[in-house]
Write a protein of this length. Structure first.
Length: 255
């Protein structure tokens, strides 16, 4: 027959278990607006019963695990589509900028200047002795050359700006890679003893989501919980991180 101390122990265990469950609920509520946070859930399990001559007696409940409600397939799809969006957004921003220099809906566009130049030659061919048509050819040639020069200058400046943007992007990427490597270390160290490091897994996933905005990459999770990341086929994160440079970024993803 169980004693009074067993009853006290059962009650104490139940109180601790309920307290833990309430703490997890409170943590979920307080992090409702935290980017990357995944709702946590408590898994409970019955304490092994006490066996006596009279039979087995329950000994209450304990917290078996605190896990996160994750959908690994959905997370992978989000990362993939975020990369696609980032790629299209980078392309779109570049094309919008270049479109200004080849604005064919405007009479000042390069195409219009080229047509005007050859049109002046056609007019001169029909009236070779006309001094006015000769001056028109010279003016059209000068106008076309000026437009070519302006477009060339603008494109060179755009290239310089894009080069600067690549340097800034690589710096941002390296910062995120360093964060992911740090989270890898924390996850591996924590999960060696069993259980799941929900907090650092959430933080790592959020860093990977931000990374998807900047560069195309592939990844997989190792048995120890660390993720390995590859950019352009080059390993940039295993458990530790390496420095990325612009040559590793696929040309299709250059901003």
């Amino acid at each position: 027959m169980t004693g009074i101390w067993s009853a006290f122990d059962l009650g104490l265990t139940s109180i601790f278990t309920t307290q833990t469950s309430l703490s997890v609920v409170g943590n979920n509520i307080s992090n409702v607006n935290t980017p990357g946070y995944t709702r946590q859930v408590v898994t409970l399990n019955a304490v092994p019963p006490q066996i006596t001559q009279q039979g087995s007696f329950g000994r209450g409940v304990i917290v078996e695990d605190i896990g996160s409600i994750r959908d690994l397939f959905l997370e992978a799809q989000i990362l993939s589509e975020t990369q696609n969006y980032g790629l299209n957004d980078a392309d779109n921003s570049t094309y919008i900028r270049l479109e200004k220099y080849f604005n064919e809906s405007d009479i000042t566009g390069l195409n219009d200047k080229i047509h005007a130049f050859f049109g002046s030659w056609e007019a001169l061919a029909n009236n070779p002795s006309s001094s006015a048509d000769r001056r028109a050819v010279l003016a059209a040639a000068d106008d076309m050359a000026t437009t070519f020069k302006d477009v060339s200058t603008a494109l060179k400046q755009a290239q310089t700006d894009l080069d600067d943007a690549v340097g800034s992007t690589v710096a941002d990427i390296n910062n995120l890679l360093g964060d992911i490597a740090k989270y890898n270390d924390n996850i591996v160290s924590t999960e060696l003893g069993g259980g799941t490091d929900n907090v650092y897994r959430d933080m790592r996933y959020e860093a990977m989501r931000k990374l998807s905005d900047l560069v195309e990459y592939t990844y997989y999770e190792n048995e120890n919980g660390a993720v390995s990341i590859f950019v352009g086929g080059h390993p940039v994160v295993d458990r530790k991180s390496t420095r990325l440079n612009s040559s590793h970024i696929p040309l299709s993803r250059m901003p």
